[in-house]
Design a protein around this ligand. Structure first.
Ligand code: HEC
Length: 385
């Protein structure tokens, strides 16, 4: 017998004991809801000790493999990087319906029958105290991603976004691949690489389509303020856009630009929220691009299928930008859109938008946008469905 097997069989008793305990708790479940939770304590701490501690450990770190003898091991609630990311709603779902409800292991039992919603909320709130570092913003403040307004919440995400401009002439299909990674409790680095198709005028008086790399960007943002009590999150960011696109082909501006911005997200009552981003663009070579200021506002509401199911978020963005040269008017657009979570773990999301010009409508046409994002910290792209 190899050592690994011996380890597992040596501990099957522990596992059986723990599972039997958890099952005993989960069993009255099917009995009906009249007595639901009645036999159990109401304080979060007492509930934790009775229902969760056997696996998650007295200190929230998870009992060690030698004690449990099964995989996967419970995660550590003291690891703030893990323990602050998900909103209470997501943890309630796992505790009520069991691990598989979010694509996790079935060893994480379903307590929905044994414990009432109030008890589950109490025990989840209790697990939150294991993370001691309050700088980590809570997952509730991670509002849905609008198509054009940059979020304040730092992410570990990767994705693609395409925007199709129907203007004729002057159409384009602008695609970008982006990769975001959190740095410490409040920072985030992002790299963006675009690949575009653009319709440009040719010397003969007509137009031709060009395609190639666009202007790539690297950006950093830092959360300055985040509070679950006020439901607000504010971040300061800066983006450096590099002239990697061929200017002669109309694929790039031919100069570096710096875009400082502030991003603000606010939770409102009844699942409403808004997000704001205001900033500017400062070109290195003023002869090639103009200075610009912009303001973007997104307002939306989250809807859920079932109590903790798929999240649908209709949103509308109001977008304003102005080039800082005399005679230039402010450009206004409105962008109705929605986002939907695709995976059971809600870590793969799709966004669809239309961007409708409200000004200069003689030269500008509707644009259609699409993105797919994957929160890679939450699991592999094909995990958790
Ligand atoms: C039988 C052992 C066991 C018991 C009892 C148990 N858990 Fe778990 N729990 C696990 C395991 C194992 C995982 C990790 C599952 C995975 O990674 O696939 C987990 C994961 C979790 C997660 C993380 C979900 C996420 O989003 O990553 C939460 C939250 C959680 N448990 C809460 C609780 C609460 C609250 C209780 C008590 C009411 C409890 N657990 C009782 C074994 C258990």
């Amino acid at each position: 017998m190899n050592p690994e097997r011996r380890f597992l069989t040596g501990h099957w008793l522990v596992l059986a004991g723990v599972l039997a305990g958890a099952l005993a708790l989960a069993m009255p479940a099917s009995g009906g809801s009249a007595t639901q939770g009645g036999a159990f304590p109401t304080s979060g701490k007492a509930l934790y000790q009775k229902a969760c501690m056997a696996c998650h450990g007295p200190d929230g770190k998870g009992e060690p493999a030698e004690r449990l003898g099964f995989e996967p091991l419970p995660p550590s609630f003291t690891d703030c990087s893990f323990a602050t990311r998900e909103a209470n709603r997501d943890w309630l779902k796992v505790s009520q319906e069991g691990g598989p409800a979010r694509g996790f292991n079935r060893i994480m039992p379903a307590f929905g029958g044994a414990l009432s919603k109030e008890q589950l909320v109490a025990v989840i709130n209790y697990t939150r105290h294991f993370c001691r570092d309050k700088r980590w913003p809570r997952g509730e403040l991670n509002l849905p991603r609008p198509m054009f307004t940059t979020k304040a919440f730092p992410e570990d995400e990767a994705g693609i976004q395409s925007v199709y401009d129907t203007s004729d002439p002057g159409g384009s299909v602008k695609n970008k691949v982006f990769y975001e990674t959190r740095i410490g409790p409040r920072g985030q680095l992002e790299i963006t690489v675009p690949y575009n198709w653009v319709e440009v005028s040719d010397p003969g008086g007509g137009t031709t389509w060009q395609n190639g790399l666009g202007d790539s960007a690297i950006s950093y943002k830092q959360v300055l303020y985040a509070s679950l009590d006020t439901g607000a999150i504010v971040a300061l960011g800066g983006e450096v856009i590099l002239p990697t696109g061929d200017q002669d082909k109309g694929l790039g501006k031919g100069t570096s630009r710096f875009e400082p911005y502030v991003a603000y997200g606010q939770i409102l009552p009844a699942q409403f929220f808004f997000e704001f981003q205001g900033g500017g663009a400062i070109p290195y070579d003023g002869a090639k691009a103009n200075e610009e200021v912009f303001g973007r506002l997104a307002v939306g509401r989250c809807f859920y299928t079932g109590q903790y199911g798929r999240r649908w978020t209709p949103m509308v963005e109001l977008l304003a930008s102005k080039e800082m040269v005399s005679g230039e008017d402010t450009q206004w657009d409105v962008a109705p859109q929605f986002q939907v979570t695709l995976s059971a773990r809600q870590h793969v999301r799709l966004g669809l938008a239309a961007r409708i010009p409200l000004s200069q409508t003689d030269t500008r046409d509707v644009q259609y946008g699409l993105y797919l994002v994957w929160d890679w910290f939450d699991g592999g792209l094909f995990e958790g469905w």
